[in-house]
Ligand binder design. Structure first.
Ligand SMILES: [Zn+2]
Ligand SMILES: [Zn+2]
Length: 207
């Protein structure tokens, strides 16, 4: 079988079978191919490896699909309401991608708020978390962004967001501490007031 050769930036030679499907998007395919072959030993001459650069790009696009999103994915809607008691949405699963290492961090979000004249549909809270999670992220900033969005949109008496996640960049590489969970907390309004009971009530509710 005849082959053609491609030299990567680091000088490594890669061979393709002539007639094999070639990348439609050469620039991105070539970049992914270079990284994966030089740093992960990817062999694109095998059945398993030949489409891997394309899958790798598609995976990154999927994991960061809200990087350019205008927020319409959240289908955000609020309703006027006289409810003034705490609403807690427990244990919303989410996954995001670490901005420093481009590997996932996976966990749960807990959101509590005390309405100040409007409420949102309960499914919307998961959508808000997912919208801000589906991009390269830092957990501390993700937590803040979710809280800021809810604070602005709901104008509640207060909002509290807790995120707990396992970061693969600390569990499978680097310090390698599987099972370590990072917790981040952002409070606004009455939740930020430590003399009030809102924060304790919320924390009791999520145990
Ligand atoms: Zn990381
Ligand atoms: Zn989005």
């Amino acid at each position: 079988m005849t082959h053609e050769e491609l030299t990567t930036l680091s000088g490594k030679k890669l061979t393709f079978g002539i007639g094999e499907p070639r990348p439609e998007n050469d620039l991105w395919y070539g970049s992914a191919l270079g990284v994966l072959s030089n740093h992960a030993g990817l062999d694109v001459s095998t059945e398993h490896g030949k489409d891997t650069p394309k899958r790798f790009i598609a995976m990154l696009d999927e994991l960061t699909k809200c990087k350019d999103c205008d927020g319409s994915c959240m289908k955000w809607k609020v309703f006027p309401s006289g409810v003034d008691q705490m609403v807690v949405v427990n244990r919303i699963p989410f996954s995001s991608v670490c901005n420093h290492h481009v590997v996932p961090f996976v966990g749960y979000a807990w959101i509590g708020y005390i309405p100040g004249g409007r409420i949102a549909g309960l499914s919307k809270f998961a959508r808000v978390v997912h919208h801000f999670a589906k991009r390269l992220q830092v957990q501390e900033e993700l937590t803040q962004q979710v809280a800021d969005f809810l604070d602005e949109e709901l104008e509640p008496a207060g909002v509290m967001v807790v995120l707990e996640a396992e970061h693969l960049c600390t569990t499978i590489r680097g310090v390698q501490t599987p099972g370590t969970i990072t917790r981040t907390v952002v409070t606004t309004g009455v939740f930020a007031d430590h003399t009030r009971t809102a924060k304790n009530e919320f924390l009791m509710g999520i145990k």
